[in-house]
Ligand binder design. Structure first.
Ligand code: CA
Length: 232
């Protein structure tokens, strides 16, 4: 698969040089000459990597980076900065640039950095595929491997027991579960307590995941037990 690189650089000679060198390496290259063009090209082409000059007409490379990172934490961005411009480097890295290259640059070094950034990005994508075992209901997601729980982008801390309870509910989505079933599945047979503990823990989990005006996911089924279900 040909990897694509977006070069945002207003200096025509540099842009042209980068294009030739990168195409020689087998990349597909798009050139943009301003912040606006860069943003448009980024949105249309979804490049695998962005080489981004800081000083651009229109809005700066830093501003473009900020806009890209609003929705995209992953596409590698390598900043091209003027020599000695420490502030640009710092704000670029703060905003999520992956690396920076100082102008004037050695083309071999730039190509090596590009390869490294692309390799890192594809290794991460592969790792994410492996651990991408998310249980989901609407905007709630839970990862059994990493034990992360996220609702509407917000990370939620659950105790181990609350976590197990939520896993069980999510795995049995849309099924009405009675208290004994839940007790057995989450607490195990060796627990002879009264099933009120289920109600207590349901309340804890609800409080954490269903708070803040979000759709209720855990519903009480009167006289029977509970069900986790989406609203449509
Ligand atoms: Ca420039």
């Amino acid at each position: 698969m040909t990897e694509s690189i977006l070069v945002v650089e207003d200096e025509v000679k540099i842009a042209r040089l980068l294009q030739i060198e990168l195409e020689c390496e087998g990349y597909r290259v798009d050139i943009a000459g301003s912040g606006h063009e860069g943003l448009e090209s980024y949105q249309n082409r979804q490049p695998d990597l962005i080489l981004l000059d800081v000083m651009l007409p229109g809005f700066s490379g830093i501003e473009l980076l900020r806009r890209i990172r609003l929705n995209d934490a992953h596409t590698p961005v390598l900043m091209l900065t003027a020599k000695g411009s420490v502030e640009d480097k710092v704000s670029g890295l703060d905003l999520g640039a992956n690396d920076y290259i100082t102008k004037p640059f050695q083309i071999e070094e730039l190509l090596a950095r590009v390869r490294a950034a692309l390799r890192l990005a594809s290794a991460r994508t592969a790792a994410e595929t492996v651990t991408d075992q998310w249980l989901k209901a609407e905007d709630l997601q839970l990862n059994e491997t990493t034990r992360e729980v996220i609702r509407a982008g917000r990370r939620i801390d659950l105790t181990p027991r609350e976590f197990d309870l939520l896993v069980y509910l999510l795995k049995n989505k849309r099924q009405v579960l009675n208290r004994e079933q839940i007790m057995t599945a989450v607490w195990g047979y060796d627990y002879y307590g009264d099933t009120n503990v289920v109600d207590v823990y349901i309340r804890y989990v609800r409080k954490k995941i269903d708070q803040g005006g979000q759709n209720e996911l855990i519903h009480t089924v009167r006289g029977i037990g509970y069900v986790l279900k989406e609203s449509q």
